[in-house]
Design a binder for this molecule. Structure first.
Ligand SMILES: Nc1ncnc2c1ncn2[C@@H]1O[C@H](COP(=O)(O)OP(=O)(O)OP(=O)(O)O)[C@@H](O)[C@H]1O
Length: 902
């Protein structure tokens, strides 16, 4: 079953005006048609959110969800339709996860916690109220034979650290509580668990804990939650024979923030970066799950580890909170895109196994304790067997069919112990609990009539001996139908998602180790660095630069870091210039042809829309079809997760060993923060002032290469000829005529300490000054680019597979290879920074550079064959660099260029 996603649009707040409302609700085209035919009520619950295309306001995007709640929807309506139906499943042993997602100020806390008045109470207090009500009913109906215990824990993830909200802030340890994997599930170690027997108990505990939650006023929300808050309600239902434990998790995520709009100060910025990072990782997880990738980056943030979307069995409901007005336009689109992907995540609806009273004590004990654990992952076959005795191969003589787990056709056969808790009743479908089983809703595993004419009642010999009205043939037919459906839907989804590239085991291990090491270190600097990396791969260069700047004080003199920042500064500067040029272009001076060209610009510059997820709208939308339904395959911006989930070139053993040596040899540990040095470095960096940068403590090579990066691709060969050999060999794209093009990135250097990190696409195995000359003057390396070349490079640098594949002679496969090549470079570089910092701080990769030293870069070329490119080079800056990419050659470049219509 997929995650149930419902959208809620909040009403206008004080400062907002009706005329600025751009988000509306509606029915899908199919529902409209059905209502015209009288098959559906006219006032049925809306399922579609509509929002204008920011690039063409006359055109609307439509996003369909399980349900949509407009501005006037009340807390009661939302609860009744979305949360109340999950309660009975909770009592039947299923875990329930309910989470609110949305941009800051869109109403997540209002939805989850709500206000103090009865009408304003949010989903959480209402859920608890329903739980207590049902508990009392079960206890009463069973005349005390069944008892229900409720306990809760409540914690927040603030700046990627976990804090118990039942503990006052002054008692917190700075590092927070640790997470641990337990049977494949993440548990918080040492969390307080408080029993609560009445709603009053709960309210006082909850209110008290909320005082401890980190909130602050921001420009966008006077009471902005600065943390993700996770409330876990553990339900233990016991009778004479068994105990069943299930958990309801209600999560109020912090909202993502666009810091261009917040005016956040440093503290708020750090919080915001952490919030954005975890939400970004969440988006990556969703992306990876929906693309069926092998590696889901759960471990990259604590929130995603805990939420384990797609891993947690049971029912998951996501409430997408939206603001209706224009000022949130881009954020709203981004949230809608995210939600659109989330709704495709399949979760296994698996009930928790009951613990029978006759079980060994130790096993029974394991459900109690301070850190309770959510359901362990079980293989489908096992899961299946726990659900139905009918499928026991030993009994039926047939192999167990795992797919029955997902069946929504009829209630799965429950183990006999379950009957002791709840008498099996076949109820007609009712509105309310039906909300989850409406046409496009996630069907529930409740017993129900499929159709009055085809009533199916399962035999339950172990329960109450009800008559079996389902014939063998019926069962076979059902199974056959289900298998066909599942296979067909898999085939369809496989076709729409190209198989995820294999990430080799070594790379996976390396990533996991790196994550672990960063986690263990709890190093603020490393956190900044990782956040910067997240922003960087997302194309949010301004935020990435801010994060690198925050990281710098922790690693003063770090050449790679400085280079990276310079690269970004340069990129931003160019972007600013481009924007200014575009602004300066007088509208009136545009002839019809130019205007037309701009209007029909086939490719968007990725940099124009740094963090906009929706930029790849299909260019084929006709004006008439203005209300088209959004298709996620077309919105996918491949650069979004570039660099994290793509395979990276395997490093050679030789290289690996050398890298290891380098780490071991790097004696210098992380240097203590030297604010003065850092401040001076930053100043010098801003000015591109080589001399001051050098004086401020950065290595000569870093300083020189940094300033070279500043001057970017337009450096002439003569400016290199006056440089040292180390710089010559490191700052250029070398092409040796006698060697075939080596497509991997490389760095070479000839000086251990003063290596420049401006990497090269080295194709030479020896440093050849003449090669430098050739290379630097070869086509596209130096001098201004022609408009055609500029256009081509811009397309490549979007790192958007949909755009690149359209280039002449490229196609999807080659575009993917090119992208992999680019993103490998970027990620390797980030990893190297992190690795270097973990290994020994400022002296990054010292050893490995040393290997490449000696022969004036001779071995450097060879050793460096699989090294990452440096900061500025993650952007392809000229045709030579482009030709050096994997999957491209001079001829392809030529084709690409010539195929471009200008
Ligand atoms: N459905 C609603 N009805 C009335 N007021 C609402 C509704 N939703 C949100 N609001 C109001 O909008 C404002 C912002 O809501 P809230 O604090 O819940 O946002 P948030 O998404 O939790 O923000 P953050 O992520 O910054 O914590 C509050 O003043 C809240 O009362």
């Amino acid at each position: 079953m997929s995650v149930r996603v419902v959208a809620r649009i909040r009403p206008l707040v004080k400062s907002e005006l009706e005329k600025d409302v751009i988000v509306t609700t509606g029915q899908s085209a199919a529902a409209v048609a059905e209502s015209k035919e009288g098959k559906q009520k006219k006032d049925a619950q809306p399922t579609v959110v509509r929002i204008p295309n920011p690039k063409n306001p006359g055109e609307n995007f439509s996003f369909q969800f399980n349900s949509v709640y407009g501005q006037i929807a009340t807390q009661q309506e939302l609860f009744d339709a979305e949360v109340a139906p999950t309660v009975k499943h909770l009592f039947n042993g299923f875990d329930v996860t309910l989470f609110a997602y949305g941009v800051t100020g869109t109403g997540k806390t209002h939805t989850m916690r709500g206000g103090k008045s009865l009408a304003d109470r949010g989903a959480i207090p209402r859920l608890l109220s329903a739980i207590f009500r049902r508990s009392r009913k079960i206890e009463k109906d069973s005349q005390g034979a069944t008892s229900v215990q409720v306990a809760m824990s409540y914690y927040e993830i603030y700046n990627d650290r976990v804090f118990d909200l039942f503990e006052p802030p002054e008692k917190r340890t700075p590092t927070g509580l640790q997470l641990r994997d337990n049977n494949g599930k993440t548990v918080v170690v040492g969390l307080t668990e408080r029993p609560c027997t009445t709603l009053k108990d709960f309210e006082s505990l909850y209110d008290q804990a909320n005082v401890n939650r980190s909130t602050s006023a921001t420009k966008l929300n006077a009471h902005s939650s600065r943390s993700h808050a996770i409330l876990c309600v553990k339900l233990t239902v016991s009778n004479a024979t068994m105990t069943r434990v299930s958990t309801a998790s209600a999560i109020d995520l912090a909202g993502s923030e666009d810091n261009r709009r917040t005016d956040n100060n440093r503290e708020r910025l750090v919080e915001s970066a952490s919030i954005n990072k975890s939400l970004f990782v969440l988006a990556q997880c969703v992306e990876a799950i929906s693309k069926k990738q092998h590696r889901i980056p759960y471990r990259e943030s604590k929130m995603t580890r805990i939420l384990s979307l797609g891993q947690n069995n049971g029912l998951t409901v996501m409430i997408l909170n939206l603001a209706p007005v224009r000022s949130y336009h881009l954020d709203t689109l981004s949230s809608l895109n995210f939600a659109n992907r989330t709704k495709k995540i399949e979760v296994k609806e698996v009930e928790n196994e009951p613990l029978f009273k006759s079980m060994p004590k130790a096993a029974a004990m394991s459900t109690s304790g301070t850190s309770f654990q959510r359901q362990p992952l079980r293989p489908l076959a096992t899961v299946h067997n726990t659900l139905s005795n009918n499928n026991d191969p030993a009994k039926s003589g047939k192999p167990a069919k795992a797919f029955a787990v997902f069946s929504d056709a009829s209630e799965p056969h429950k183990p006999s112990a379950r009957a002791a808790l709840q008498p099996k009743v076949l109820e007609p479908r009712k509105r309310g609990s039906d909300a989850l089983s409406s046409s496009n809703a996630r069907p529930l595993k409740t017993a129900r009539k499929n159709d009055s004419s085809k009533l199916v009642v399962m035999r339950d010999e172990n329960e109450n001996g009800n008559e079996n009205k389902m014939s063998k043939q019926n069962i076979e037919a059902m199974i056959e139908k289900k298998v066909t459906e599942i296979l067909a839907s898999r085939a369809l989804s496989d076709a729409s998602h190209p198989p995820a590239p294999e990430i080799n085991e070594q790379v996976q291990k390396r990533l996991a180790m790196l994550e672990q090491r960063v986690e263990d270190k709890e190093n603020e600097g490393l956190n900044f660095l990782l956040m910067a990396k997240q922003h960087h791969v997302r194309g949010e260069d301004t935020s990435a630069l801010k994060m690198y700047q925050l990281a710098l004080p922790h690693f003063p003199n770090n050449e790679k870091l400085i280079n990276k920042m310079l690269g970004l500064e340069e990129k931003l500067r160019l972007k600013r210039e481009e924007e200014e040029r575009a602004r300066a272009l007088p509208r009136s001076s545009m002839d019809g042809h130019t205007k037309n060209k701009l209007a029909n610009k086939p490719f968007y510059d990725h940099n124009d829309l740094a963090d906009e997820d929706y930029e790849d709208q299909p260019s084929t939308i006709s004006a008439a079809d203005s209300d088209w339904v959004y298709r996620p395959e077309e919105d996918y911006d491949s650069s979004f997760c570039d660099g994290l989930d793509r395979p990276r070139p395997r490093r050679s053993r030789q290289k690996g060993r050398n890298a290891g040596k380098s780490s071991a040899n790097a004696k210098s540990k992380l240097k203590p923060m030297d604010k003065d040095v850092v401040a001076k470095q930053l100043e010098a960096l801003k000015r591109g002032d080589l001399e001051s940068l050098r004086r401020a403590g950065a290595g000569t090579a870093a300083a020189t290469s940094s300033t070279s990066s500043l001057s970017g691709a337009s450096l002439s060969s003569s400016s290199f000829s006056s440089s040292s050999s180390a710089l010559q060999s490191s700052s250029l794209y070398q092409t040796h005529p006698s060697t075939t093009t080596n497509t991997s990135f490389s760095t070479s250097a000839s000086n251990t300490r003063s290596r420049s990190n401006s990497a090269t696409f080295a194709t030479s195995s020896s440093a050849d000054p003449s090669g430098l000359g050739r290379s630097s003057s070869s086509s596209g390396s130096a001098g201004p680019h022609t408009p055609r070349t500029q256009h081509l490079l811009r397309i490549i640098n979007t790192r958007d597979v949909n755009k690149i594949k359209l280039l002449k002679g490229v196609g999807t496969k080659r575009a993917q290879v090119i992208l992999n090549s680019l993103s490998s470079a970027m990620v390797n570089e980030d990893d190297e920074i992190v690795n270097g910092l973990l290994a020994g701080g400022a002296g990054l990769d010292v050893g490995s550079v040393g290997v490449g030293a000696g022969a004036g870069g001779g071995r450097g070329g060879a050793v460096g064959d699989e090294r990452a490119v440096g900061g500025a080079r993650t952007r392809v800056r000229n045709l030579d660099e482009l030709a050096g990419l994997k999957g491209v050659g001079a001829k392809t470049v030529q084709n690409m260029r010539l195929g471009l219509a200008l």
